[in-house]
Design a protein around this ligand. Structure first.
Ligand code: 9GP
Length: 806
């Protein structure tokens, strides 16, 4: 251990405690101990963690509106290779590391899969010694904290920065930049060229806050740079001559402060009205402009020729939120660096790549042109020109095929289509799992694919196995180390060699014991949180993800209702006891999703209080689901519910985490479930439901008739009627809303169409679990074949095939 010398460490710890709090270790609380530890560690890593200098290799900049980091302490200690040593040293000082781990805030700067994927990718880039850095926003309030009140979701602000600062961050005030909003742009002639002069704009200062991203035992540290918005400091005044200049009155000054502060206040402001939409657009441009200016500043420190920036820089647009990277890079190259359009355009395309993460229409961003024009006049001019030139090119190629050209245009029907902008302005477009990429190529982005097929590629998502196996499931990690050594930690494909133990009953039993221990831990948490005792020997059947109609938590709930009826009808039903566990937040304005939360909670109330089914069935909805909770749930799971409507889930990543922890997946052939199936086959997971081609075919002809199915199927009718007949109390409105979605509005997400098949699949799960030895064997095969889903594999593919490819 080079980083930590025991004697020195203890001394530094005491000194730091004294410096920060003027008190002794014995007097300090967990937060103070944590802060002291992190301060000591930050000093230690300072030598390795230097701002990247762009003098050697190519650098990757990963732009994302959300980063869902999770707690950092344990992960950083693990990656620094000092976890066990620090645990011991602290113990000698009478400090329990676990208390400090639990005292750390879990920053909810993201919503779900997108943000967590970004965090896994940062971990992998650092661990693979790839110079890859994140750019994001330092939201003052993260995603809301979810409270359940009488079964309803209630949102309260997530004040994660209570202490004003985050222990891992370092503010870099001298690297701040100015982002300009509003005003007018004049094109004036200078030396025979048109130059854009931006006047009367509102300047907002972007202040970087850096978080170290520590690689796994490789002395390599990257940076996640999050920007906070603020009014410009005095020293910026000389360069703000053309800005709006009327903050004379007190009132104006206050308004200006609010204007600036608001930008980095909340993640995903409610965009159901114009003010919310404008704020989101401001955030997106703020992130992009601050980030690219930062890249230019760093690049120019060591490189003279901006025309060669593509040799040293890759900019990755993660989902459409950072799509304004395209016009912003053009602006800087033309207006600041004085390159001509053609050269700037070639550079832009060579630098930028784009990942699409969804085909859900509502998530494909479009911005009203008037809004962009007013807020970002220069950016709008550039977008308009990109569009004009692109349409001209398409006209030459496709003549007057207006339908085709209309779908490909950047500007259409008064809107700027951000996906189109990203595709046109980049050299690579990828989906996040095989089926998703195929759907992009053959359906959603068909015209683009036919036009430039070479741009399209697939990069199946992955997960950081360090966090999701080594840290969250130490017992399992230890067993794996004992069986196959430790090399899998650096190369997860080595997990494959676990397969040789698939018939070794001692190993399989060991595996079962580990799962049992993890279930015991989770049971304690559930009892603490929900005041309910659950049967530790029951099957833990889990669905944890954002609440969305296409993810079909509703189908899961209806199946529970079905099981409940079956048990009431036949109390001696031969079934393994089951505990269904949910964790999910619904977007604040998404009424249907909130109705499903209410339904699940009321169902839980009814079932958990019914003594007749007490030993067989339990339902738990865990409040405020997030990364830290997931780390406890996933290792304890027997059944992983991956039941989205086929074609709708781009990839999913919890499916991979569960697999790596030995859960058995019940799934539709959607997203990355397909790749999981490719690895382990029908024998080791349970599939059901419509296939992609069936869903696509149905969707072309307006779906199927859910009312017919409902009328003709006893089981379906029974559970659907329960939504509105009072069988489940307190869901008068919610039950009706859900009923209507299924019957009146023809079940857009095929819940009822897949229902019978789902019941069958669930029966199969039950039967499989009855043969414990076989179940454990399946679990082992799942773990052994999960190595391909490490995000290290994904990042190597991004690096070799997108970022470093010339
Ligand atoms: O819904 C997708 C999810 O399937 C995928 O795993 C994740 C990471 O690629 O991205 C999600 N998409 C979004 O959150 C918004 O596009």
């Amino acid at each position: 251990m080079t980083l930590i010398n025991k004697k020195e460490f203890k001394l530094e710890f005491r000194n730091q405690m004294d410096f920060l709090y003027k008190q002794t270790i014995e007097e300090a609380n967990s937060e103070q101990l944590l802060n002291t530890l992190v301060t000591v560690l930050k000093c230690k890593i300072d030598n390795i963690w230097k701002e990247s200098r762009l003098d050697k290799e190519k650098e990757v900049y990963y732009f994302c509106i959300e980063f869902l980091l999770g707690r950092q302490l344990e992960s950083n200690l693990l990656n620094l290779g000092v976890l066990e040593d620090i645990k011991l040293i602290l113990k000698e000082m009478d400090i329990n590391l676990e208390d400090l781990v639990n005292a750390e805030v879990d920053p909810a700067l993201g919503n779900g899969g997108l943000g967590r994927l970004a965090a896994c990718f940062l971990d992998s880039m650092a661990s693979l010694s790839i110079s890859g850095h994140g750019y994001g926003i330092r939201y003052e309030y993260g995603l809301f904290e979810q409270k359940l009140v009488n079964g309803h979701q209630v949102e309260v602000p997530d004040n994660w920065l209570k202490e004003e600062s985050y222990i891992w961050e370092t503010v870099r005030p001298n690297k701040a930049s100015i982002v300009k909003f509003g005003g007018q742009v004049d094109l004036v002639e200078k030396n025979g060229k048109l130059k854009a002069i931006h006047k009367n704009y509102i300047p907002v200062m972007a202040v970087p806050y850096d978080i170290p991203i520590i690689g796994y035992k490789n002395e390599y540290i990257n940076t996640l740079r999050l920007f906070k918005s603020d009014v410009p400091r005095k020293d910026f005044e000389p360069i703000l001559k053309e800005s709006k200049n009327s903050y004379g009155s007190y009132h104006d000054a206050l308004q200006y402060r609010y204007y600036a502060d608001e930008i980095s206040q909340v993640l995903y402001p409610n965009d159901s009205n114009d003010a919310g939409k404008i704020l989101r657009l401001k955030q997106e441009y703020f992130l992009v402009s601050a980030g690219i200016q930062d890249i230019f500043r760093k690049y120019k420190k060591n490189n003279r020729d901006i025309g060669k920036i593509y040799e040293k820089i890759s900019i990755h647009i993660n989902d459409t939120h950072p799509s304004l990277c395209v016009p912003e890079l053009m602006r800087l190259l033309m207006d600041e660096e004085e390159l001509g359009w053609d050269e700037a355009w070639e550079i832009t395309k060579r630098v930028i790549s784009y990942t699409n993460h969804t085909i859900m229409a509502e998530a494909m961003e479009r911005w009203n042109i008037q809004m962009i024009k007013e807020l970002l006049p220069r950016i709008y001019m550039i977008i308009e020109e990109i569009n004009k030139r692109y349409i001209r090119k398409l006209n030459n190629k496709y003549g007057n095929d207006f339908d085709k050209i209309g779908t490909m245009a950047v500007i259409s029907a008064d809107n700027v289509n951000m996906a189109n902008l990203s595709i046109i302005g980049s050299h690579s477009v990828n989906g996040v799992a095989k089926l998703h990429t195929e759907i992009l190529k053959k359906e959603v982005l068909k015209n683009f694919y036919e036009d430039e097929p070479f741009k399209f590629n697939n990069k199946t998502n992955g997960i950081a196995h360090r966090r999701w196996l080594m840290l969250s499931n130490p017992r399992l990690s230890k067993l794996i180390n004992e069986l196959i050594g430790e090399s899998w930690q650096k190369d997860t494909l080595e997990l494959k060699s676990l397969e040789k133990y698939q018939d070794d009953s001692r190993v399989l039993q060991e595996l079962e014991l580990i799962k049992q221990e993890n279930k015991r831990n989770l049971s304690k948490i559930i009892t603490q949180k929900n005041e309910i005792n659950i049967n530790e020997n029951s099957i833990f059947d889990v669905q944890i993800k954002r609440l969305h109609a296409y993810k079909r938590q509703l189908m899961n709930a209806l199946h529970i209702l079905h099981m409940y009826h079956e048990l009431l009808d036949n109390p001696n039903l031969n079934m393994e006891p089951r505990t269904f566990i949910f964790g999910a937040k619904a977007a604040p304005g998404y009424y249907f999703a909130k109705c499903v939360i209410k339904l699940i909670n009321e169902l839980a109330q009814k079932i958990n209080n019914d003594v007749r089914v007490k030993d067989k069935l339990r339902v738990v909805f865990l409040e405020n689901y997030g990364v830290s909770l997931a780390e406890k749930i996933i290792p304890a799971t027997n059944v992983s519910e991956q039941i989205s409507t086929t074609t709708k889930e781009a990839s999913g990543t919890s499916n991979m985490k569960f697999m790596m922890n030995g859960a058995i997946t019940i799934a539709t052939l959607d997203g990355a479930n397909i790749e999981i199936h490719d690895q382990i086959g029908d024998e080791n997971m349970v599939l059901f439901g419509l296939k992609a081609n069936q869903v696509l075919e149905y969707s072309k002809f307006g779906g199927y008739s859910s009312a017919d199915l409902y009328s003709n199927n006893f089981y379906i009718k029974r559970v659907v009627d329960d939504l509105v007949n009072g069988f489940i109390p307190n869901i008068l409105e919610e039950g009706r809303e859900i009923y209507n979605s299924l019957i009146t509005y023809n079940d857009e997400f095929f819940v009822l169409r897949d229902f019978e098949n789902y019941i069958e699949a669930q029966k199969k799960i039950n039967d499989l679990y009855m043969d414990k030895n076989h179940w454990n064997k399946m679990a082992l095969i799942n773990i052994a074949n999960s190595g391909i889903f490490s995000s290290d594999r994904t990042i190597k593919e991004y690096a070799n095939e997108i970022w470093y490819k010339r």
